[in-house]
Design a protein around this ligand. Structure first.
Ligand code: AMP
Ligand code: TRP
Length: 328
């Protein structure tokens, strides 16, 4: 049987945390075995809000190198940059003309983001249509996203169904594949909240490109409790429980095994071991990243992705033109 197609866009933020690594990347690595997997950097979505051009171009390259360093295999995924493929924006226009102002006005993300900045762009408003174009151009079966993007996949479905009704069978109707909340990794300084790249205090956040000594310091400074025993107890020992979760996710040991192994250890010893495991894993990723970031190989991957993705999207673009009545 033909493999199903999954497609995901990633915003170029340039930072990946231990939380992302454990929560999202592992799943993406699994998908590349199971599905025909398409992955692109949503750099055209990134410019819907103000962003400095130097930061943007640096982030795009960093992010793609990071994902590959983390195990996203260019031979198993179609990887490209959204802005390298002009058909996305062209398809988006034709879809926009089949999308209602009213339905875009109801998008939660638009309402939130536009409320924060009175001078929001028109692109922020039409953002979901470009996302629909991203998805529909490739006949994606599944769209793996966090729950915050579910509404955008749903509007992509609505637009596709409407277009098909009007013009005939043009698009496959995609389904969201909502990332199951696996283990949530918590902030090392405040284990009541999620470890997040946007957190104000980055002392509690481990980033994949942090140096070994920075990782060591952050783990050693992790907030714990006065109980003094390595125990899996999310209520009374959230800090230690978080460290157990991190250790478990990176080693494959289960939490009972870990609690037993460190039953007689003090927190200092346990923190050292957790630090070791993170440093070992991330230094392997960093080594791959450093090899890639300024390499020709990275450009080759992107050039190949550009060509392949354009070939696919162009077919859809021509079919749409024809159905609409434009000269093909
Ligand atoms: P974000 O960086 O918030 O855009 O999240 C991207 C994805 O990474 C989410 O959909 C989650 O699956 C995952 N993720 C982010 N932060 C964490 C965390 N602290 N623990 C577990 N998973 C996370
Ligand atoms: N809007 C998505 C986000 O912010 C990124 C994205 C753009 C996307 N196009 C997509 C995700 C198509 C899935 C499919 O996370």
């Amino acid at each position: 049987m033909e493999k199903k197609v999954t497609l995901t866009g990633l915003q170029p933020t340039g930072v990946i945390t231990l939380g992302n690594y454990i929560g999202a990347i592992g799943q993406m690595v699994e998908y590349q075995e199971k599905y025909n997997s398409i992955l692109f950097i949503a750099d055209m979505h990134a410019i819907t809000v103000p962003i400095d051009s130097e930061t943007l171009s640096k982030n795009i390259r960093q992010l793609i190198a990071l994902y590959i360093a983390c195990g996203i295999d260019p031979d198993k995924n179609l990887i490209f940059l959204q802005s390298d493929n002009e058909f996305h924006a062209n398809i988006s226009w034709m879809l926009e003309c089949n999308t209602y102002f009213g339905e875009l006005s109801r998008m939660t993300q638009f309402k939130d983001k536009s409320a924060k900045n009175a001078n929001f762009s028109a692109g922020l408003f039409t953002y979901p249509v470009l996302m629909a174009a991203d998805i529909l151009a490739y006949d994606a079966d599944y769209v793996p996203v966090g729950v915050d993007q579910k509404q955008h996949v749903e509007i992509a479905r609505d637009i596709a169904i409407r277009f098909n009704k009007k013009y005939g069978d043009v698009f496959k109707i995609p389904e969201p594949l909502i990332r199951i909340e696996g283990t949530k990794i918590l902030d090392l300084q405040d284990p009541t909240k999620k470890m997040s790249k946007s957190s104000e205090n980055q002392k509690g956040v481990i980033r994949i490109l942090d140096d070994a000594d920075v990782i060591r310091k952050k783990v050693n400074a992790a907030v714990t409790d006065s109980i003094g025993k390595v125990n899996y107890d999310p209520i009374n020992q959230p800090g230690i429980t978080n460290l157990i979760n991190i250790y478990a996710s990176l080693t494959g040991l289960n939490k009972e095994e870990i609690a037993k192994k460190y039953a007689d250890a003090n927190y200092g010893t346990f923190k050292r071991e957790v630090g070791d495991v993170i440093i070992e894993r991330f230094s392997a990723v960093q080594e791959k990243y450093n090899d890639l970031i300024n390499s020709k190989r990275l450009d080759e991957i992107l050039d190949e992705g550009k060509e392949k993705s354009r070939e696919i999207a162009k077919k859809k673009y021509i079919l749409m033109k024809e159905k609409i009545g434009l000269r093909r």
